[in-house]
Design a protein around this ligand. Structure first.
Ligand SMILES: O=P(O)(O)OC[C@H]1O[C@H](O[C@H]2O[C@H](CO)[C@@H](O)[C@H](O)[C@H]2O)[C@H](O)[C@@H](O)[C@@H]1O
Length: 282
């Protein structure tokens, strides 16, 4: 394992020691799901459902903390099947969707979701004009119920399109009391006041966690990283794992461990499960 913080090896060992009373939060796109051009074509890593089930039997609780709508994440991740596999062991998989605004659990299988933010409908109505004025009519618009993502990945010069869109999107979002969440070849617009950090704090509190591992890949995961750092200050065993890509490096310097994309995340989680089980037998 390539630890990138000096404390990484000790933090990993401490987390293994308290794993049975620790929780794991995992980002989805770019961490559990390989990045693809069309968001609707994303699929979870083929081994992820089995690994998540094994992990959930090993630690206190597992959550996927994603920008995706919770219902969509459940479908793309085949999380119903993971929940079925966990039911006999009385374990639960939790999904925090839309950056923590939504919640689903494999126990009750219902999505708890707030009302769409005031201002979203007006923002949506102005998107065609905004894209025309920003020379970005080929951007892919993903409506998410509580927000909207403007994707540039399939445009000829994605970075230039993001640069043209960033100012106008931010100005229009602010006019409608919405916030902008930048990501990999995407600008998302959603309600302010909740982020992945809130999901981390809620999950740790409700689980009375003694340890917290989080893995992510993108800017939206920075809030989760900050919340895990707070938990570390409060005395929890923590580990921050970056799923690396050539597209985004913001998490690297904040991480304890870097692994190569979803393949690396899955291999790491398998290793964690094996190390925890070995420690419990010792
Ligand atoms: O928090 P995450 O689980 O990482 O979700 C963030 C957003 O991911 C999706 O977009 C990203 O993945 C797409 C599929 O691989 C890719 O085409 C796109 O360029 C990426 O930005 C998703 O479409 C969004 O709804 C999520 O909020």
């Amino acid at each position: 394992m390539e630890f990138v913080s000096p404390e990484g090896p000790q933090r990993y060992a401490a987390l293994v020691r308290v794993a049975a009373r620790s929780v794991v939060g995992l980002d989805m796109d770019g961490t559990l799901s390989p990045i693809v051009d069309d968001p609707a074509e994303a699929r979870i890593h083929a081994e992820a459902p089995d690994v998540l089930a094994d992990l959930a039997r090993t630690v206190a609780a597992v959550a996927v903390i994603t920008g995706r709508p919770a219902r969509q994440a459940v479908a793309l991740g085949r999380f119903d099947a993971v929940g079925d596999a966990l039911a006999a062991d009385r374990r639960t998989l939790t999904i925090f969707g839309q950056y923590g605004a939504e919640r689903w659990s494999s126990t009750d299988r219902r999505v708890r979701t707030p009302r769409p933010p005031h201002g979203l409908a007006a923002f949506l109505a102005q998107i065609p004009a905004l894209l025309r004025e920003s020379d970005a009519t080929d951007a892919f618009v993903e409506e998410k119920g509580l927000g909207v993502a403007l994707h540039t990945r399939r445009m000829p010069d994605s970075a230039a399109a993001i640069a043209r869109l960033a100012g106008p999107v931010t100005a229009l979002a602010e006019r409608h009391q919405l916030t902008v969440e930048p990501g990999r070849n995407v600008l998302e617009v959603r309600a302010p006041g909740v982020d992945k950090g809130d999901a981390v704090r809620a999950f740790a509190r409700e689980s009375a966690a003694e340890g917290f591992l989080f893995a992510g890949d993108d800017l939206g995961d920075l809030a989760a990283y900050a919340a895990v750092a707070e938990l570390r200050e409060a005395g929890l065993a923590t580990l921050l794992v970056c799923s690396t890509s050539t597209e985004q490096s913001a998490l690297r310097e904040l991480s304890d461990l870097c692994v190569p994309g979803p393949d690396g995340v899955i291999a790491f989680l398998r290793r964690l499960v094996a190390d925890v089980r070995a420690a419990q037998l010792a």
